[in-house]
Ligand binder design. Structure first.
Ligand code: FAD
Length: 412
């Protein structure tokens, strides 16, 4: 890539900003366009987990039966909105077909590589740009009748993939984190995992983009036209042509890919959270309420509780009050929460999810100057900077690894 290459990035979420930052750092002229204030702030208010232990794709053996059980439970974390239309069936069929050990073995090396690059870049933001992080490692809290067995399986699985893991005694756990109730029967530590405030990360990436000369435009991209020399981009307030375009529009990426006749199987997977302020017993680390499927993060603004994976439409912004009540009630079986919670700031966001649990990073098959950077599902915050690095290398025509080809949108 020559220093005059100009690149448009569609989407100012964590993926678009990471791509914009690293492209500009490499010398590209970058324009980031977003529909005003980033629409649902999926990147701003998620659980903020940086969890390198997540090298196993979401589509893995056992996930179909787990999903079915969650659907049947009153407090289940999985759901459907039939408004998502026919894509729901094609996405689900592809997801089910991907839940094999063979698929996991194929994906792990590529995900590990992407995560490693992301972690290095995040270290740089922590050490050189003051990004705050939790300094105590993540704990999984097991509280069901099968807690000991679940903890054992977690340790076995993590050990198999070379992830640093250890059991923590209940006495140590309760003495260190008084919020943990007696219902917790086993605690497992994932030593390399930590938490950040996702909004702080997004704001830092935005300021790094500005520092490296990235231009920001407000506007909804309404049409794309890809040709051999570049990509024509239109919004209500103007049109321009770029040498390359990075498609980082989160759960809306499928709609944009359709504009150039490409099929990107990204569905919106909605989750929700609350943030409880001023807890006297606020933990110092991220916690996973394992059987309840609730992720927590210790933020300056309070304790964030986050859950839910409902397949829906990208614009489904509804917050269900009873789901929020259930989230707090379910968490309070494991965590010592006060009865009066104050302003808990309910939030919802839509993950851009691929059916095989792998992000799409690479040129669209029929539009080689459009680089997809989407489909990160539950792990977009953690994988953002590795994605940005790969996008910048692809635009520059630099050598990329063999593993990274597994993220190609042209994969079968
Ligand atoms: C409840 C919940 C908890 C989560 N917890 C974690 C976690 O702990 N760790 C983690 O790593 N990840 C987590 N995630 C996942 C993470 O939030 C996502 O993977 C990530 O935010 C996706 O970022 P993105 O930039 O692809 O999408 P987004 O943040 O959605 O950004 C896409 C942007 O594209 C813009 N856009 C869309 N269409 C157009 C258009 N036509 N024209 C212009 N702009 C457009 C939108 O306005 C939006 O700003 C969580 C998600 C949820 C919902």
């Amino acid at each position: 890539m020559s220093s005059v290459s100009n690149v448009t990035v569609v989407g100012a979420g964590v993926i678009g900003l990471s791509s914009g930052y690293l492209l500009a750092k490499d010398g590209a002229q970058v324009t980031v366009v977003d529909s005003g204030a980033p629409r649902f702030g999926t990147s701003m208010a998620n659980a903020g987990w940086i969890s390198p232990s997540h090298v196993i794709p979401f589509a893995a053996p056992g996930m179909v039966s787990m999903g079915a059980k969650e659907l049947l439970k009153r407090t289940g974390s999985f759901g459907f909105n039939f408004g998502a239309g026919p894509q729901l069936a094609t996405w689900t069929a592809k997801f089910m077909a991907s839940c094999t050990q063979q698929h996991v073995d194929y994906c792990v090396p590529a995900l590990r590589e992407l995560i490693d690059v992301s972690m290095d870049e995040l270290d740089h933001l922590v050490n050189d740009h003051g990004l705050a992080r939790t300094h105590q490692p993540l704990w999984y809290l097991f509280s069901s009748n099968d807690a000991a067995h679940h903890a054992e399986v977690e340790i076995e699985t993590m050990t198999k993939y070379g992830i640093p893991v250890q059991e923590v005694s209940l006495d140590t756990a309760r003495a260190t984190e008084p919020i943990i109730k007696d219902s917790v029967k086993a605690v497992v530590e994932l030593t390399g995992d930590y938490g950040v405030d996702p909004a702080e990360l997004v704001n830092l990436l935005h300021s790094l983009c500005v520092r490296h000369g990235v231009t920001f435009k407000d506007g909804t991209v309404t049409s794309l036209n890809a040709h051999l020399q570049g990509v024509d981009v239109s919004t209500a307030s103007g049109a321009w042509t770029s040498d390359y375009l990075v498609l980082a529009a989160g759960a809306w990426s499928r709609e944009l890919a359709k504009m150039v006749g490409a099929n990107l199987n990204v569905i919106a997977a909605k989750g929700h959270s609350v943030t409880i302020p001023n807890l006297a017993n606020q933990p110092q680390r991220t916690l996973m309420l394992a059987e309840q499927r609730i992720a927590t993060n210790a933020l300056t603004s309070g304790l964030r509780l986050s859950t839910g994976y409902a397949l829906t439409t990208p614009n489904d912004r509804s917050i269900n009050d009873s789901a929020i009540d259930k989230l707090v009630l379910t968490a309070s079986h494991v965590l010592d929460l006060p009865t009066e919670l104050g302003d808990i700031d309910p939030w919802t966001g839509v993950r851009p999810s691929s059916p095989d649990g792998m992000p799409y990073i690479g040129a669209l098959p029929n539009a080689p100057r459009i680089i997809a950077a989407t489909g990160h599902g539950m792990l977009g915050t953690m994988m953002a900077l590795g994605t940005g690095r790969l996008v910048a290398d692809l635009v520059a025509g630099s050598a990329t690894s063999r593993e990274s080809l597994k993220f190609s949108p042209a994969r079968p």
